[in-house]
Design a binder for this molecule. Structure first.
Ligand code: NCD
Length: 426
């Protein structure tokens, strides 16, 4: 049986309802709904009455009957022998419904990500984590997600210590690694290289970032984060105002995220970048549909009225010039700017790493500890979302819930000293 938290989150997502509207719909008080959504071991957690669970299930069944065709996940293709499993290369593989299916599975993973439960559904499986570019969170969180499903991880980092330094082709490397591993995550400095990698194998390949191209799993965890933050704040992705700031030309996270967000309706995008680092026109063109509006601004005054401010690092490793024309202190997002310009309930995000060196003008550290700053919740969400991706790709998604056992150790209640009890914010 799925947990009440998974059921309720799924219901609110599918019905596109805020907590207030949903509480109203099921005839409960908002406070009761909040208490049903808390982790089981929180002091304020309450079990949802059976009658309420049945009512929610009924509402969901009716909604599903109306939107039946839409709920096929991109991963669940018919398992014909010899046919390749789907790789995860681009957000273009997703519909709104399949992204939300994945988020439902990520919700199922939350007690494991919070270290209250364990599972062994991927026991014996091996992940090859091939990172030919710098990475901390993507590499470690993919590895940790696979381990938390019971699998093991083999890593290789950089070209220097791989046979590519000896001139080996992507094709050969891919085919060889496929003989050793059951899933492969690749990060590579060239756009399209991960897709080339995927063409040489039937083992699922996940794009961990291909040059300035895409970073689909980051976009998925970003959207998951936006939905969770919005659920708490009583907002919807449909009709939201999302501001993307910084290096929009070479930043692959924003390329994937804006395309994924464009699956929603009536989204207003404000793009703020120095003139040499603007979002590629082809992407702007693509997302300016579905009633979505894109406005290009050249100053942070454009953040007024944004629901989400998504800052990015200047991708210095992708171009030769030492300094970027037009980029300076006027692009720095700090507490004073947020207080002066932004809405009081703005959510500030960043894919991280932020460049904290003096003169970088990346997202400042003086918002740390402020609940509007979602960057660490965002990074934490990489675990349940990447677990959901692996479970889908390897076909164990249905087994996770009933495989869970209690964890034998006790994690700290606050992951960081400034955190709320492991996301008890929601
Ligand atoms: C980003 C990346 O590598 O694209 N980081 C990440 O994966 N979270 C962003 C960056 O490096 O600036």
């Amino acid at each position: 049986m799925i947990t009440q938290q998974v059921l309720l989150r799924d219901a609110m997502r599918r019905l596109a309802m805020t907590r207030d509207a949903f509480a109203d719909r099921i005839g409960s008080r908002r406070r009761a709904l909040d208490s049903w959504l808390l982790p089981d071991d929180s002091n304020e957690f309450r079990a949802m009455p059976e009658v309420a669970r049945r009512f929610v299930q009924e509402i969901l069944a009716n909604a599903a009957a109306c939107a039946e065709a839409a709920t096929q996940s991109v991963y669940r293709e018919p398992a014909k022998p010899g046919v390749a499993l789907t790789h995860l290369l681009s957000v273009d593989q997703f519909t709104r419904e399949s992204a939300e299916d994945l988020f439902r599975l990520a919700d199922v993973m939350l007690p494991i990500a919070r270290r209250r439960k364990v599972t062994r559904v991927l026991e014996g499986a091996v992940l090859a984590n091939l990172f030919f570019e710098a990475s901390t969170r993507t590499r470690v969180s993919f590895g940790a997600a696979f381990c938390r499903l019971g699998g093991s991880v083999c890593d290789t980092t950089g070209f220097t210590f791989s046979s590519m330094a000896k001139g080996e082709s992507i094709h050969d490397t891919s085919r060889v690694i496929a003989g050793y591993a059951d899933a492969i995550v690749v990060r590579h400095p060239e756009q399209g290289a991960v897709a080339e990698f995927a063409r040489a194998t039937n083992v699922p390949v996940v794009n961990g970032g291909d040059g300035p191209g895409e970073h689909p799993t980051q976009a998925l965890l970003d959207l998951y984060t936006i939905q969770r933050e919005f659920s708490r704040l009583g907002k919807h992705v449909d009709g939201a105002h999302i501001a993307l700031v910084g290096d929009l030309k070479y930043g692959r996270t924003v390329h994937s995220l804006i395309k994924l967000l464009a699956l929603y309706k009536g989204v207003r995008f404000t793009l703020i970048a120095p003139p040499s680092l603007e979002m590629p026109a082809a992407i702007i063109d693509r997302v300016s549909r579905n009633g979505n509006v894109v406005e290009v601004r050249d100053s942070l005054q454009g953040l007024a009225d944004a629901d989400i401010v998504y800052a990015t690092r200047i991708q210095k490793e992708r171009f030769a010039e030492e300094s970027i024309e037009g980029y300076g202190a006027a692009f720095e997002i700090d507490r004073a700017l947020v207080e002066r310009v932004c809405k009081p309930d703005v959510v500030v995000m960043h894919p991280l790493p932020r460049d904290s060196r003096p003169g970088s003008h990346d997202l400042a550290a003086d918002l740390d500890g402020d609940p509007r700053l979602a960057i660490f919740r965002q990074a934490d969400n990489g675990i349940p979302v990447r677990m959901a991706i692996f479970a889908s790709l390897l076909g164990v998604d249905k087994l996770v819930q009933r495989s869970m056992r209690d964890a034998q150790w006790t994690p700290p209640t606050f992951i960081g000293p400034e955190d709320s009890p492991f996301h008890g914010l929601d």
